[in-house]
Design a protein around this ligand. Sequence first.
Ligand code: ATP
Ligand code: MG
Length: 426
Amino acid sequence: MKLQKPKGTQDILPAESAKWQYVEGFAREIFKRYNYAEVRTPIFEHYEVISRSVGDTTDIVTKEMYDFYDKGERHITLRPEGTAPVVRSYVENKLFAPEVQKPSKFYYMGPMFRYERPQAGRLRQFHQIGVECFGSSNPATDVETIAMAAHFLKAIGVQGVKLHLNTLGNPESRAAYRQALIDYLTPMKDSLSKDSKRRLEENPLRVLDSKEKEDKAAVENAPSILDYLDEESQAHFDAVRQMLKNLGVDYIIDTNMVRGLDYYNHTIFEFITEIEGNELTVCAGGRYDGLIAYFGGPETAGFGFGLGVERLLLVLEKQGVALPIENALDVYIAVLGEGANIKALELVQALRQQGFKAERDYLNRKLKAQFKSADVFAAKTLITLGESEVESGRVKVKNNQTREEIEVSLESISQNFTEVFEKLGF
Ligand code: ATP
Ligand code: MG
């Protein structure tokens, strides 16, 4: 056994984690404007919370679950997605109660687990930022949630994402379409992949979602759900399209998009970008009006999306978008000689207490090496503290760019560094 990370996982090292924090912070800011609040659910759930809600015949449940029996013989799975856990929590905590404001809007961010074949933008532990909105069947909810994802993606700097839109209609429309699809696919069953032969029996809409070449060819001329919508489903979809137009959100109708989870109805969508000739879905979601009742709550509408953080970062990197990450040090203290060690400790602590980002030398190195560190940390100011400075109680604070210097007493900057910092141009 090699002491290495499991296949399909990543260590997010400091240079990278700064980007993660930026993306997460950015999402929090945007979600706040739409009146969303954070919910944090466990990373593992009872297997049944996921299996039937996501769909017993979906790839996620049949192939990708990290499930196990714990020491108490409970069937547990690491969560593969965020919606089922949030709905489970909503119902379990009775947040549907009349005194709770509706719609209720939640967001989450955190790791998800799927046993997949790892490749670019596809990991076994990956991270999602997602939102769920409960209690509004107004198509304006579909549209503002899609618009919020578009808002986030645009504001963070992603270019050229296309919004793919489809509807699955209400359960009646979906049943009618399901039959039409069976009638269409059955004569060409032999040309389907092994998985899709099974899907045709169990869950024919899933064939549309297949990534296999032969299945893609087979469904090219498949009937369209749009021809099977009843009045209610048609009206909802028309309203969504009209409102997207009102907001100036461009979209493409993609009737072969069905999404990888079974709980959706009406509106579904994906934001897709092209990376080196491959289509990559960055964000995906839709409406799931039956899910809350499925978990034992009252009939309650639901709408949400999940956004893949690794995929977002991949797209930003490939598109050359530099995130504005501020990591410069305010002060670096170069320390010269054993006799300055304690004073350096006191000073660096005093500066941090005042709110400055401060670092010092700990290793008694040559001054040249210490100045190099100040540059590496992009220190705005530099203080050199030697034994003579300790004795006189006076130091020089230098602007590390312009080289401008101000001499001050150690005592004064320990109390208040702001004045000097500002005088040096910060
Ligand atoms: P795909 O068709 O690419 O497998 P999916 O339909 O399984 O995606 P969802 O369950 O909708 O994906 O998850 C929402 C988002 O989470 C995806 O659009 C993607 O950005 C991200 N995502 C899903 N699976 C992975 C994974 N294994 N690694 C990294 N990101 C993922
Ligand atoms: Mg998948």
